[in-house]
Each structure stands twice: as structure tokens, then as C-alpha cells.
Design a protein around this ligand. Sequence first.
Ligand code: CP
Ligand code: NVA
Length: 319
Amino acid sequence: MPLTGRDLLSLKDYNTEEILLILELAAVLKEKQKKGEPHALLAGKTLAMIFEKASTRTRVSFEVGMWQLGGTALFLAAQDLQLGRGEPLKDTARTLSRYVDGIMVRTYAQEDLEELAFFASVPVINALTDRFHPCQALADLLTIKEHFGKFTDQKLAYIGDGNNVAHSLLLACSAVGLDIVVASPCGYEPEEEIVALARSRAHPGKKVEICNDPHAAAEGATILYTDVWTSMGQEQEAEQRRSEFLPFQLNTALLEKADERAIVLHCLPAHRGEEITDTVIEGEKSYVFDQAENRLHVQKALMAMLMGDKKGGVYNWLK
Ligand code: CP
Ligand code: NVA
């Protein structure tokens, strides 16, 4: 079932089969890249990358990924575009669609991304909004699959802010049959609408739980995951959050509550001494750089599927 021409605005719009297909292609492309085998699935194609917020992993992995697929990427800082001087999103979307084959956007409001996607005639990819970070969750699933070989009998405990990363993990884990529990301080839980959606698509017998107790959440977890306490755009709340989130730090005591096979994930960038200790992030259970690497492979698969040709190429490489 080709995904050609689709957007990725949120994992809401992607079912289990489609998510597994992206992961399958990501594994194929990762192997080809490691072996030095050609995989120029997007030769001659161009991706526009609009950034309204800072980025290291997303910017570099998308740009390198396009290059490895035989295409090219344009870095467009929002403040340098006419967008930054008030040109409407709908005009930006229609103009860029005349030049490029795909648009990747990192912005604040999910509604802005959706408006841009509505007016664009090429695929639009969410590279983080205040509400979702789907590319991150896909890379996380790939990392979990590589490490454990399967999603069944795994429990992911997300400890911290019920933010964009937590929202995408809820949708990703529920779609592939992972148990997920999110432990957040009171008032910082994930949005109820997203939790309900995750529950509605959870596989039979699989759990989607929200709680306020990090130790109970970590109990028996095979994946412990955290993210910053203060996301981009919330800087004025940083001090308040630091005190409220303190009991939610991913430290050795919390790790000891988890399953003995447990791995530690963090989308990065990390604030050592806040949401995670240096000992844990540098420890042997930490796979954060495998996770960061997988952004490249999973986004290559995604771009090849959304922006590639319907016939031949990418779909011939899958079972
Ligand atoms: N995890 C992530 O999206 O990293 P960047 O903010 O560096 O892109
Ligand atoms: N939740 C973080 C993720 C950064 C990759 C943020 O939005 O800043």
C-alpha cells in the first residue's frame, strides 16, 4: 500500500501496517548505507526544510538523508523567509510546492503545520510542533525493534513532561503493541484526547496508562524514556518546572526499579542533572546515540515512501 504523496503531520493518520512498513524500509536502507550499496531513491528531488526552532539532529539527519538518497535539501530559517515578515503560510506553501518535492517543517502550532499542509501540493513532514514529534517516535520504535527484536512483551515507561514527544510515543507504542505508561507531575500529563486515541488503537490486552508516580511507572519497564522538563518555547516556565519535576528525574534509583534488561532512551538534547543524571545517560543501558542515529534511517525511509515514485524503487525492496 504505497504511501506516495501522503503527509506526516502526526502518527494519528498512520495505522499499524503503515508504521511497520516504514520501519521495515528503514532497516533495509540502514543496511544498504552501512554496506555502501546504492539507494538513490530520490535522485533529482528536493526537500525544503523550514525551521522556526533550533535543531541539531533533525536538521542534519534530514539534510544528510536527502543527500544519501540522491536528492538535495534546502535549509530555510523561518525568520529569513518572507514568512518571517508576514507572508501568509498559504502563499508560502503554494510557492514552495512549485519548486520542491517535499516540505519538512519545525514550528510551534500544530495548526500552522496543518494549514501549510492543506495548501501545499507536495508531502509535508512534521519535524516537531508543540504537540507532536512523529519522526522521533518512529526512530524510537526502530531502536526498540533493533534492540529487543520485537515489540511484544515490552513496556515503555515515559517519565516526565506530557509533551510533544510523549504524545507521539503514545500514538506510536499503541499502534505497534507496546505497553506504555506515562508518569508526569500533576498538571503536566499528556492531553486527554491523545491518550484516548492511543487507548482506542492499543492492541488487545495492551496498556496505555497515565499516572503521577515515576517509581510505579518504572516497575518492570523494559524501556525507560525521558525528555527535557522545559521544551522549546516554554523557557519562561523553566524555574517553576525544575522544582515540580524534580521527583521525576531518571536516575539510578529509578533505573533499579525497571526490568533488568531495561534500556534508557532520550530524544536529546538532554539536560544532565535535570531530567536525567550523567551516570544514567552515560551508563551501559543508555542507547541514546543509536536512537539519534536512527532518525537518519527512519526519515530516509519516510521520505522515500512519501516523496518517491509509486512504481518500482522502494516498494520492490520490501517483502
Ligand atoms: N531530538 C531532536 O529532534 O533533536 P533536535 O532538536 O536536535 O533536532
Ligand atoms: N520536547 C522537546 C523535544 C526536543 C527535540 C522540545 O519540544 O523542545
